[in-house]
Each structure stands twice: as C-alpha cells, then as structure tokens.
Design a protein around this ligand. Structure first.
Ligand code: HEM
Ligand code: HEM
Length: 149
C-alpha cells in the first residue's frame, strides 16, 4: 500500500471518529447548558477527545495534501470541480472548522462558570460540525462515502 493510499484510508476512517466525538460533545454541552448542569470531568474529557480527533485529522490531512493527485496548481485547477474542491475548498472549510473547535475548547477551558463552559462548546462546536458536514457533502463523495471506501 502506498503512503497516499494508507493516509487516505486513515483520514477517511477518522472522519467517523471526528463526527461521533464532536456530536457527543455537542449534545452533552447543550444538555449541560440548558439543563444547568455542573461541568463534569466527563464533559472535560469528551471535549478534549473531540479536539484531539480534529487536530489529528489536521495533521493527516496536511500530509495527504502533498500526496493527493487532486491537489494541483495549474490553469485548470479552479475550472474543474474535483481539483478546485480538494486544492482549495476542503482545506479552507475544514481549517475554519478546526479553528472554531480549538477556540471553543480553549475559551471553554478558561471560562469561570459551568454555564459559560457548556455554552461556549455548544455554540462553537455546533457551527464547526455544520461546516464539516457541508464541506464533506460538497466533495460529491457523500457523507459516508469516498474514494477510499
Ligand atoms: C498542525 C498541527 C496542529 C496545530 C496547528 C495545533 C494547534 C493547537 C492549538 C493552537 C492549541 C491551543 C489551544 C488552547 O489555546 O488551549 C492546541 C491544543 C492542543 N492540541 Fe493541537 N495542534 C496540532 C496538532 C495536534 C495533534 C496531532 C494532537 C494530538 C494527537 C493535538 C492535541 C492537542 C491537545 C491535547 C491540545 C491541548 C488541550 C488542552 O489545552 O487541554 N494537536 N493545538
Ligand atoms: C475535520 C477535519 C476533516 C475531515 C472530517 C475530513 C474529511 C475528509 C474526507 C471524508 C475525505 C474523503 C476521503 C475519501 O474519499 O475516502 C477527505 C479527503 C482529503 N482531505 Fe480531509 N478532512 C478534514 C480535514 C482536512 C484538512 C485540514 C486537510 C488539508 C490540510 C485535508 C485534506 C484532504 C485531502 C488532501 C484529501 C484527499 C483527496 C483525495 O486525494 O482523494 N482534510 N477528507
């Protein structure tokens, strides 16, 4: 298996871990915020695991970026859906989502009340997840599909 194929499968499979962890963190944050619950150790952990999953996806994606045949820099790049999507759109959209999750995690960590901790994660992670889903769908490979599956 080539490094490209290995990393594509890894990155493709990691998406489900990212989607699951971020979704669970969101549900628990909204429940904690609206239900006025304390900010527990398990809240802290699920938020941390969600953060680590997207940072791992960032590293794998960055390496993949230099290996993918769909990442091209020529006159045709922006005219063709696949090369434009993989060279520009996927990277930009996912980067914004990862930055929102990192800011949300970090602001929540520094917030002083349980309500503020839950609220920050609820809002930042929800916007980030929406972006991740929209960007995956824009690939044309489907939410659960892909070249590697
Ligand atoms: C290009 C690669 C990466 C960049 C640019 C990056 C960026 C960041 C930034 C800016 C923070 C600060 C958040 C804060 O203000 O507290 C952070 C925290 C963190 N990142 Fe990454 N990261 C990368 C890769 C990784 C990888 C590969 C992992 C683990 C597999 C990881 C795990 C973490 C953890 C555990 C934290 C801190 C959690 C805490 O403060 O409690 N990151 N990262
Ligand atoms: C939340 C973060 C991310 C998620 C959920 C995600 C998800 C995906 C998915 C589902 C695929 C398609 C896999 C397949 O066809 O089997 C993919 C491919 C890819 N991603 Fe990401 N990605 C993320 C972040 C990134 C980042 C930050 C970069 C670049 C810096 C990146 C670069 C790539 C590249 C180059 C491909 C391969 C396209 C190909 O050659 O077929 N990804 N990603």
């Amino acid at each position: 298996m080539s490094p490209y194929s290995f990393l594509l499968h890894l990155h493709s499979g990691l998406r489900y871990i990212v989607l699951l962890l971020v979704l669970v963190a969101i549900i628990r944050a909204w429940a904690g915020w609206l239900g006025k619950q304390p900010f527990s150790e398990s809240n802290r952990k699920i938020n941390l695991f969600a953060l680590i999953s997207v940072h791992t996806q960032l590293i794998v994606g960055l390496v993949l970026y230099f290996l993918s045949p769909f990442v091209q820099f020529n006159a045709e790049t922006m005219k063709t859906h696949d090369t434009r999507y993989w060279t520009v759109e996927h990277l930009t959209g996912m980067l914004i989502a990862i930055i929102l999750i990192t800011i949300g995690y970090s602001k929540s960590k520094r917030a002083s009340t349980p309500e503020a901790k839950h609220k920050t994660v609820a809002i930042f992670f929800t916007i980030a997840l929406a972006i991740v889903v929209v960007i995956i769908l824009a690939s044309g490979r489907g939410l659960a599909g892909g070249a590697a599956s």
